[in-house]
Ligand binder design. Structure first.
Ligand code: MN
Length: 249
């Protein structure tokens, strides 16, 4: 199995190091990661400048771009083969509910999925890298599990509780929960007295009930959410189409 690994925390992050170390014994791995922390990059591509790829001392390929750039460049410009799987992470902190729309970790996996390759985004549900080796072991377990019940390609968002391996619960299929809207920006003044704004923290959970990713992780279980990319609101489309046809009748 040939696996392309990326992340959004950058090539020096302990999470990608742990993930690569856990997968290297069971697969042919190659790593393409951003040169700096690009958390929150979402699915952005760099269209206003060229990208460079350099190889770090540990063999990782380092790209001066976003997580999506990394996977895009690897797949279409550098690798002379098509990976069997794209794996992203392990992110420093959760990517649950609405976080998935902003996440660069999820975006790197999504880019592979858009190229028709199965992909998994891994996040550790607390910041700080405690028990990162346990999370990496969980990631390897999931990579080695076959998902024959699904038609390829598939895209999974996985959140792993921050616990020792023996205390981590079951792999639990979930839907995305929801958050309240984000906290307001934090205002400050720069050293020259001009106003600046820091993006505030994400909102508190709104739908964290049973069956959601929030609920699974809060109960010590591993959340796995199968994602799709089509944003079409089918109910509204249907209502709109009905109204249109009435109007033209
Ligand atoms: Mn991140």
């Amino acid at each position: 199995m040939r696996i392309l690994i990326s992340n959004d925390d950058g090539y020096l992050a302990p999470g990608i190091e742990a993930l690569a170390s856990a997968l290297a014994p069971v697969a042919d791995i190659v790593v393409f990661a951003p040169d700096s922390n690009r958390s929150g990059a979402s699915n952005s591509l760099s269209l206003d400048r060229p990208l460079s790829v350099q190889q770090a001392a540990n063999g990782f390929y380092v790209v001066n771009g976003t997580p999506t750039d990394c996977v895009h460049v690897a797949l279409t410009g550098v690798l002379d083969y098509r990976p069997d799987l794209i794996v992203s992470g392990i992110n420093n902190g959760p990517n649950m509910g609405d976080d998935t729309l902003y996440s660069g970790t999820v975006a790197a996996a999504t880019e592979g999925y858009l190229f028709g390759i199965p992909a998994i985004a891994f996040s550790q549900a607390e910041h700080g890298w405690a028990h990162i080796d346990a999370a990496a072991r969980v990631a390897r377990d999931i990579v080695l599990r076959r998902f024959d019940e699904l038609r390829s390609p598939w895209l999974f968002n996985v959140n792993i509780p921050n616990l020792p391996y023996e205390q981590i619960g079951a792999l639990t299929p979930t839907r995305l929960g929801r958050r309240h809207q984000a906290e307001p920006v934090i205002r400050a003044l720069d050293p020259r007295g001009r106003p600046i704004f820091w993006i505030g923290p994400p909102g508190a959970t709104r739908d964290a009930g049973e069956g959601t990713d929030f609920y699974a992780v809060a109960n010590g279980n591993i959340s796995i959410t199968p994602l799709q990319v089509d944003l079409t609101h089918r109910d509204q489309l249907q209502a709109m189409s009905k109204a249109q046809s009435r109007g033209s009748a």
